[in-house]
Design a protein around this ligand. Structure first.
Ligand code: ADP
Length: 197
């Protein structure tokens, strides 16, 4: 199963892809996690991405497309993968189509998690508070200012992807404001229908 989870920052893509990853036994490919690892390791990609990410902007398409192209070619992706945070722009979606075609693979489904903006802001504030309380380090972009930029980037660059995947007859939408287990159930139902088709 080759899946994409689509949705604004804080929509719960990471939470749901973790559940799916365990259930389906396929890897979660999160460009956000990969970029954060690159920043931490101080690689050339990390150096390029650091400031952009902290401000809430989007890292250049060619950088993330390169990361995903390498990752999808690894053996653990042979049975499928869950893309979380990629594609985020129409050129990234086109690059993914080309990449999958060259590997004779195709997308099975794109799941959009829909959540109100006010709830997103609250969730991100909570995430920062809980991380601090647990003695962890808050993400450089989990603050009100960067969140505004991330949301703007989402609406400008990423939201058009719902139209793109609707046109490709791949888009399914779930209510991301429901409790976590409920969202999981909605996704399970969608995947069962996709498998049966
Ligand atoms: P969020 O929780 O906001 O969905 P992620 O953890 O997916 O964030 O990504 C964090 C940051 O990493 C983004 O704000 C952006 O700077 C960068 N990033 C992640 N994926 C992409 C991508 N596909 N294209 C461009 N930038 C990306």
């Amino acid at each position: 199963m080759n899946l994409i989870l689509l949705g604004p920052p804080g929509a719960g893509k990471g939470t749901q892809s973790e559940v799916l990853c365990k259930k389906l036994g396929i890897p979660q490919l999160s460009t956000g996690d990969m970029l954060r690892a690159a920043v931490k390791a101080g690689t050339p990609v990390g150096l390029k991405a650091k400031e952009i990410m902290a401000a809430g902007g989007l890292v250049p398409d060619e950088v993330v497309v390169g990361i995903i192209a390498d990752r999808i070619s690894e053996p653990d992706c042979a049975k499928g993968f869950i893309l979380d945070g990629f594609p985020r722009t129409l050129p990234q979606a086109a690059a993914l189509d080309k990449l999958l075609k060259s590997k004779k693979k195709k997308l099975d489904c794109v799941i959009e998690l829909k959540v109100d903006d006010k709830i997103l802001a609250d969730r991100i504030e909570n995430r920062a508070r809980e991380t601090l309380a647990a003695g962890g380090t808050v993400r450089a972009d989990d603050n009100a200012e960067a969140l505004k930029t991330r949301l703007m980037a989402y609406y400008r660059e990423t939201a058009p992807l719902t139209g793109y995947y609707f046109a490709h007859e791949l888009l399914r939408t779930v209510d991301g404001m429901a409790p976590i287990t409920d969202v999981t159930r909605q996704i399970d139902e969608i995947l069962a229908a996709v498998e049966a088709s």
